[in-house]
Design a protein around this ligand. Structure first.
Ligand code: CFM
Length: 474
């Protein structure tokens, strides 16, 4: 039986089908954990909500916009520490956060009037910004505030502004992935096609599912520019609201994170006939293949090849230096969604790491299928894990490092497992040739940092334990 039962979860028998061990010769389809379902009551999930997926993942990276949540102020939490989608306009979208600040009285009497005042006040406070995204939250959706009507009233009174409304309250479920879907569809339905594109070149793409975490988009944009490609819009990292209204003018959608943004690509194909090309900016070989594919589409493979050769010659020796030192180190690869399959095989092939476990918080079964196919035999695959399960897994697997988010990362540190931030990165960008070397350097530093050796010290005793089965100093 491929399912893995956690000791800590025997009291929640439904959890059993959410974890599998990749056994030798096992039929992958029968071993696939369940996924993209509502979280089981009693299992304290670490997922985000549908509002978070819409706003904090996809909406907020848009740089020239006031992002206002209609709800309690706590819903706007998620700032520099957890989200690092930087921009070239001095990080306007990260520096400020806006909420209508609903209180109990608004739940009783409604908050539409207050919302209208808040929208006008926000535009007045930042007169140079003429665009806004407005997000429904659980609180305002439950009482039925009509935020579309409020937004329309403001636009009628202030013709110079444009407001995008996103109806993805947290309870819409089942996780942030539901929110990705909702905002993708809302954007194409309400905004794409409302501005005509400015075409300046022969090869025009939208770069989709790319959120410019610590500059990922900038590094990829540079390759496209060197190939003579015009990036009409980026959905949505460092992206501009009005550029994204003109997405219908591109010749090709180049899709990076298929988990969060395949929906808009599929719609752009149906509505405007623009093809979708999935690429991967992580790792030398996947990136080379991606640049070649884009080059092939436009008949400019030679330009792609030139970049691949230049960049590989510049960065490969550094990558190999790290590979030698990371060979055979055990990794738990525990991101939110698509990084599980973007990374699983390539960290093994290009950095020598062995993936002993994969998990995804909100990925669909197809994400898990790709992830399991690409990780090592014997690996433990978990869907929507909770904290107790991940601690149990770490104690059992004794990884040298885990790649995950801040919350599970802090727990890992307490049991002396080094953690690297797979979401916001430590010292990114991680995309591109240079980025991939930065990733290797961060992994190396995390594993070999003397701090982890020191953390094994029990100062109540007179001994210095050196190796307890986790990181070993070289
Ligand atoms: Fe796509 Fe993302 Fe990811 Fe994602 Fe995310 Fe993210 Fe992630 Mo955090 S869009 S699925 S909802 S690659 S925020 S930039 S790092 S969990 S693996």
């Amino acid at each position: 039986m491929p399912y893995h039962e956690f000791e800590c979860s025997t009291c929640i028998p439904e959890r059993k089908k959410h974890a599998v061990i990749k056994g030798p010769g096992e039929d992958l389809t029968s071993a696939l954990p369940e996924g993209y379902l509502n979280t089981i009551p009693g299992s304290i999930t670490e997922r985000g909500c549908a509002y978070c997926g819409a706003k904090h993942v996809i909406g907020t990276p848009m740089k020239d916009v006031i992002h206002l949540s209609h709800g309690p102020v706590g819903c706007t939490y998620d700032t520099w520490q957890t989200k690092r989608y930087i921009s070239d306009n001095d990080n306007f979208q990260l520096k400020y956060t806006y909420a209508s600040d609903m209180k109990e009285k608004h739940i009783v009497f409604g908050a539409e009037k207050m919302l209208k005042q808040n929208i006008i006040e926000a535009f007045k406070a930042f007169p140079e910004i003429k665009r806004m995204t407005l997000y429904q939250t659980c609180a305002s959706a439950l009482i039925g505030d009509d935020i579309n009507a409020v937004a329309q009233e403001v636009m009628d009174e202030m013709p110079e502004v444009d407001i995008f409304v996103c109806n993805s309250p947290g309870f819409r479920g089942p996780s942030q992935s539901g929110g990705h879907h909702t905002i993708n569809i809302a954007w194409i339905k309400d905004k794409v096609g409302t501005i005509e594109p400015k075409i300046t070149g022969d090869y025009v793409i939208n770069y989709v599912g790319e959120y410019n975490i610590q500059g990922d988009e900038v590094i990829m944009q540079d390759y496209f520019k060197r190939m003579g490609i015009q990036v009409l819009s980026t959905f949505t990292g460092n992206g501009s609201y009005d550029d994204l209204r003109a997405m219908h003018g591109a010749h090709l959608n180049v899709l990076e994170c298929a988990r969060s943004a395949e929906y808009i690509c599929n719609e752009l194909r149906v509505r405007y006939g623009i093809p979708r090309l999935d690429i991967d900016g992580f790792g030398f070989e996947p990136l080379a293949q991606s640049l070649r594919k884009v080059g092939l589409f436009f008949g400019i493979e030679d330009r792609a090849q030139k970049i691949i050769e230049e960049e590989t010659a510049r960065w490969k020796p550094e990558l190999d230096w790290y590979k030698e030192r990371l060979m055979g180190k055990k990794v738990c690869l525990w991101p939110g969604g698509s990084k599980l399959w973007h990374w699983a095989h390539v960290i093994h092939e290009e950095m020598g790491l062995d993936v002993v476990s994969v998990y995804t918080k909100f990925g669909h079964q197809q994400d898990m299928e790709k992830g399991i196919a690409r990780c090592e035999e014997g690996a433990l695959a978990i869907d929507d894990p909770n904290e107790l399960e991940s601690v149990e897994a770490m104690l059992k697997l004794k990884p040298d490092i885990i790649f995950t988010g801040k919350r599970p990362g802090e727990v890992a540190k307490k049991i002396r497992v080094p953690y690297l931030n797979a979401h916001a990165y430590h010292n990114g960008p991680y995309k591109g040739y240079e980025g991939w070397v930065r990733f290797a350097r961060d992994i190396y530093n995390a594993i070999y940092s003397p701090i982890h050796q020191l953390s094994f010290l029990d100062i109540s005793k007179d001994e210095i334990p050196t190796n307890q089965g986790f990181a070993t100093q070289q």
